[in-house]
Design a protein around this ligand. Structure first.
Ligand code: BGC
Length: 481
């Protein structure tokens, strides 16, 4: 199997690792505001210091070199570069930090993979409506244009957004993440509409101004878990599973990778329910023909973050009259016969991952795929000996990804493990660790120590994980291929 050029890497994000929340002129993000409100996060934790990566770029670079990864995916903190969100507020010290990091990576032969926005919107932009406000498109465009011009001579792999589904649904529908808006019937659709247009605009900016001279690529990191029908022999269960994938992944992937428009399943379901609610128009906004053309094809590769699989089944209607809390009318359940992890709901389901990769291949015309996040969590009591992760769940499922590549003709080009180091795990604070390196958050210097999984991953990368290391299933035979 040819794995030459396969992009092995590790990932992180600005708010989760950097700390220095107000250092050297950085502006506040929605996450600073949210975490500073008591009661928002487990143990009232916040990212004020986190792994202190803002002051410890050399230590991060040392770990990356020792791991001998080919790439490092990290995100730029928008309010560190533009404290109030606009170019007029440019903070050169923020730029200096990223220059130092990027130069260190390039000097170590590590490819920087840069996410332009991993959830930490400048608070000043939230104050004027955040992603519900269409003017964010221009602000984001201005920010990305600046980043291409400033870092694009060295950065050749860009992702506009990390998991726009989470921004739209979890932050504006469920209201669980900042800005904490709980308006499931409307806000997520409006937010997603703006995110998709913002993404497309940034792609075109790169095309028109930078691609020729910089020669990089632009994509977007979408997220999805495989969705298995409750009963594969019942048509409406299979349809429900497909619908769930369309509502999650297709919401963004269909416009960008297919035809510039939302999936039929979404248009039909949301339109239908809106009509039953007596609304004059669908709650799902529509793109004009011109916009569809502009959006279609605005990603050079397919980037997917994935952690687990779920079972779904069809429900006729969750509430009566038709509920718009959950327009797809499905109900989800965990795969409870797969290895559990510290974070509830994130069971390791390797065969599900293989199916997800195949679904993407079939649905979107066999694009080149990068897994830009995948990993396993342990609880904070686990320090360096994360044996479970290593042996019990066969860690990153790497062998399986490569089998998918090999057996199914999936064009898998890279695997970026989440995460380089334990970090601020959003609502879970520091109670959960995804890192290949343990970080002592009680120590002012935040010492980093490789876990067993770092050694394990090192071996996988060296060997290109071409062979099965261990039987997967308890019965001793491999359950994936
Ligand atoms: C996010 C990461 C997060 C990880 C584990 C992903 O959805 O992009 O920021 O740490 O999940 O929860």
């Amino acid at each position: 199997m040819a794995l030459w050029g396969f992009e092995w890497g590790v990932s992180s994000s600005a708010y989760q690792v950097e700390g220095g929340w107000n250092a050297d002129g950085k502006g506040a993000s929605v996450w600073d505001t949210f975490t500073h409100k008591p009661g928002s996060i487990v143990n009232n934790a916040n990212g004020d210091v986190a792994c202190d990566s803002y002051h410890r770029a050399d230590e991060d670079l040392y770990m990356l070199r020792a791991l001998r990864v080919k790439s490092y995916r990290f995100s730029l903190s928008w309010p560190r570069i533009f404290p109030d969100g606009s170019r007029a507020s440019l903070n050169q010290q923020g730029v200096n930090y990223y220059n130092k990091l990027i130069n260190g990576l390039v000097a170590s032969n590590i490819t920087p993979m840069v996410t332009l926005h991993h959830w930490d919107l400048p608070q000043a932009l939230q104050d004027i409506g955040g992603w519900e406000n269409v003017s964010m498109i221009n602000y984001f465009d201005e920010f990305c244009d600046f980043c291409f011009a400033t870092f694009g001579d060295r950065v050749k792999f860009w992702m506009t957004f990390n998991e726009p589904y989470v921004i739209a649904w979890v932050a504006h529908g469920q209201g669980l993440l900042p800005p904490g808006i709980k308006n499931p019937g409307y806000a997520p659709y409006q937010v997603a509409h703006n995110l998709i247009k913002a993404h497309a605009k940034v792609y075109h900016i790169y095309d028109e101004r930078y691609r020729k001279t910089q020669g990089g690529l632009v994509s977007i990191s979408l997220n999805a878990d495989w969705v298995e029908p409750k009963d594969v022999d019942v048509f409406r269960e299979v349809a429900a599973a497909d619908r769930a994938l369309q509502f999650r992944l297709g919401w963004f992937a269909h416009p960008i990778f297919k035809n510039g428009d939302y999936p039929d399943a979404m248009k039909w379901m949301v339109g239908n329910k809106s009509e039953l609610q007596g609304l004059p128009a669908s709650r799902l906004p529509a793109f004009t023909d011109e916009e569809k053309e502009y959006i279609q094809g605005t990603a050079d590769v397919f980037c997917i973050n994935t952690y687990t699989s779920e079972i779904v089944h069809h429900v006729t209607s969750l509430l009566s009259p038709p509920s718009y809390d959950y327009d797809q009318d499905v109900r989800e359940a965990e795969m409870d016969d797969s290895p559990a992890t510290a974070m509830k709901g994130l069971r390791v389901v390797p065969w599900g991952l293989r199916r997800l990769l195949n679904w993407i291949k079939e649905e979107y015309g066999n694009p080149e795929i990068y897994i830009t996040e995948n990993g396993m969590s342990t609880d904070s009591k686990t320090t360096v000996d994360d044996t479970d992760r290593e042996t019990g769940a066969e860690n990153m499922n790497c062998h399986l990804f490569l089998l998918a590549h090999n057996l199914d003709g999936v064009k898998l080009k890279g695997y970026i493990a989440w995460s380089l180091l334990d970090s601020f795990e959003w609502l879970n604070g520091y109670s959960i660790g995804f890192g290949l390196h343990h970080v002592d958050f009680n120590h002012p210097e935040r010492p980093r120590t490789p876990k067993r999984s770092a050694h394990y991953y090192y071996d996988i990368m060296r060997n290109n994980a071409a062979a099965h290391r261990a039987p997967w299933s308890r019965s001793g035979s491999c359950s994936c291929c």
